[in-house]
Design a protein around this ligand. Sequence first.
Ligand code: FAD
Length: 478
Amino acid sequence: MLFDFNMQTTIDKVYDICIVGTGPAGITLARKLAQSGKRIILLEAGGLDYSEQSQNFYECESVGNDAWPKFTRLRYFGGTSNHWSGRCRPFDSSDFDSQKINGLPGWPIRYSALEPYLREAMEILDLNAEQGFQAINDDFLNSHFNPDAFSQSPPTRFKAKYQSEIEAAENIDSFYHATAIDLELDQLKRSVHKLKITNYKEKQATVKADKFILCLGGIETPRFLLNCNKQMTSGVGNATDMVGRCFMEHLNVPMGSFIYRDLDNTADMQFYADDEFVSDKDIGKSNISLGIVSKVKSYGRTKAVKNFFKNIACQMEIEDKVQFISDFKCPGMGNISTLLEQSPNLDSRVSLSHDTDDLGINRAKFDWQISDYDRKTIRETGLAMAKEFSRAGLGVVRLADFMLDESIDIQFGHHAHHMGTTRMSDDPRYGVVDKNSKVHDIDNLYVAGSSVFSTGGACNPTMPIVQLSLRLADHLSG
Ligand SMILES: Cc1cc2nc3c(=O)[nH]c(=O)nc-3n(C[C@H](O)[C@H](O)[C@H](O)COP(=O)(O)OP(=O)(O)OC[C@H]3O[C@@H](n4cnc5c(N)ncnc54)[C@H](O)[C@@H]3O)c2cc1C
């Protein structure tokens, strides 16, 4: 059943499970737990469609490297799946080898804990399970890099695909316009007694359930826990000051450009660093994409303009100067971009700002930092790729100056993947949730989503989020 909390006056049932957030994590959990007969309440802060009023709650105080936290997530039913791109790749089993990075342990579980949920996750995301994960190019490079195999979701929009199922489900009560604002703990402060919700007009209610699962995304989940500070001044689950720490992204580094030996070659390629190289160099994993920009199509008068600039620019060798007008490269030329693993790092964090949102709740203070380990990952990976590209006879690479000169700051962007801020660890000193995604020290509070990632690998996060959510549903349905 689906309700607008603006219209529905009371919530008086006691539920088995309260799920907060309706992105891929929350909706996957609700559907799966409902199948096991649990009585579910599913809460969404936003409405059924995008609104500026709701999206404004995602405004952050940004003090580190910018990753556009207001724009890289969506605050309405279906969450950020309403504009994700759909690239899917599973974690490797080696992602779960638990060596320490920056003094922090890796995953406390093995890949075998996620593997049983791969096929079901692929079905949820409309991936072709028979076809599996496929590379777009052959194995051209001699060593260190293999073709990267991935699968493309249409992309699945969770609101469009699953809203009617949730509406029809007898044992799911889903409320939108219902922002979770606080947790009330029992007297011993060992379990959540109630969750407080509000609409935008000061209408409030409390929700009672046996278990609570936060699925608010990698920035909002720590923000919410830190703001639950009436009974525990540092926030719920934050006894060891780990909530919000270790924010990780995937690094998108414009490493340089390349030119194919065969100028008629227009094929894009994607490579993935092999385990031996990553472990020998002691660096993070990497996806490297080589894309020919001239393939971008233009039509009509824009095509004529593009051709005009292209001819002049290539003849006069002023391609860089006109690139801001016309997005093309000379024949055979392309750009190198990446999706690189960022290491967990205590200094990269989400904490609370003094600024407040329209409900008077402290906004997130977003401080994204990279470490020397990450700088080494970037430079070692780029250098090895340039050498292999040329050794394989594919052509030549011109690396960006910062790749070779350590005195120049590395340029990098993000991939809208928010990970690590309630990381999984058996030891509460190094994480917020245990291996079952339960918040340490709180008996009935769980987290789902990429905030629980101990390390992020170099794969897109949504399929593992769905796998981990299915695993958590299995754990809670007993
Ligand atoms: C442009 C773009 C492209 C992307 N492309 C890819 C890709 O190709 N592959 C990939 O794997 N990933 C991609 N991603 C990332 C992907 O969208 C996320 O990994 C995924 O949506 C995370 O799911 P989630 O359920 O954890 O969080 P979200 O989808 O962010 O859902 C969180 C939900 O919680 C709700 N909420 C927040 N606060 C509250 C509150 N206080 N009370 C109640 N509800 C609340 C929100 O409204 C939202 O519905 C992309 C992201 C962007 C922005």
